[in-house]
Write a protein that binds this ligand. Sequence first.
Ligand code: AVI
Length: 322
Amino acid sequence: MENNINTRFASAFEEDVYTGLTSYPKHLSSKYFYDKKGDKLFQDIMNLPEYYLTNCEYNILAENTKEIADAFSGANGFDLIELGAGDGKKTKLLLRYLSDNNIDFNYLPVDISQNALDELQESLKKELPEVSVKPQQGTYFDTLERLSDYNSRKKVILVLGSNIGNLLHKDAIVFLKQIQEAMTPDDMLFMGFDQKKNPQTILDAYNDPTGVTEAFNKNVLERINNELDGDFDLDSFFHWETYNPETGTAKSFLISREKQTVTIKKLELTVNFEAWESIHTEISQKYDDMIVDWLASQADLKVTDSFTDEKDYYKNYIFRKK
Ligand code: AVI
């Protein structure tokens, strides 16, 4: 591999791409799947029949709305802070119930994308005009720091979609710990965790026959081509999914069909691929109660309740400070 080392990177994306493609084995982070096109592809994934996660979580919230909303409610009302709010489709079930029952709360959706927040606020204005919405633009980390000062009344932090599954356990613990530090003993965390299940069901969820997941995975290469002046030939890579039932880790890869060389002009980088060489792009961790209890205890949290769907495919847990 021939590298003209450029130590000054203009962005974390540049640095991460450089590091990932000069490592062995090669890797790229799934956080770079998401731009306008990636967001749309992820929306399409959530509508795939094979991608059971979204429907399972929707059903859990639909079947247990009252119980969940009652657990959230505090004597002086509460602030509902959602990390990674997206289109809010699932959350609206709770918002509608809270609003219909005149429960005192503010909804604070947090997202890195101002555009996503604007669209969510617009749809809430039409569908649930009586809900008080206070959008927070920023990373989870910045927002949590800011919100730890937000202690005038109970906080409920919501993280849906099994987003935690895209983190290695060590990073998941750091994330949970950051949330724990922003919580008071009165506060709670409500979080979704996709569960271990028949490995075939998991492989099918990440391997749809229509190729949407493949396009989503390849979007990181497309971003490198568009933003860093790369020349990846997308057809010469294919999507590959694995699932280890022992660890509960699903992994996505892109595999080079042939020996080839890719140039990324903005990084002054030439990358050689052997035939069948892989780029690891995503983990989607699956859990059971034991792993969730262990993660919680590592972050000084404890599970106080949980809700599941009829097939036990997915679970939402309530956590409090230990
Ligand atoms: C956002 N995240 C929880 C999804 C998942 O299931 O890991 C992203 C995804 N990757 C492929 N399909 C969906």
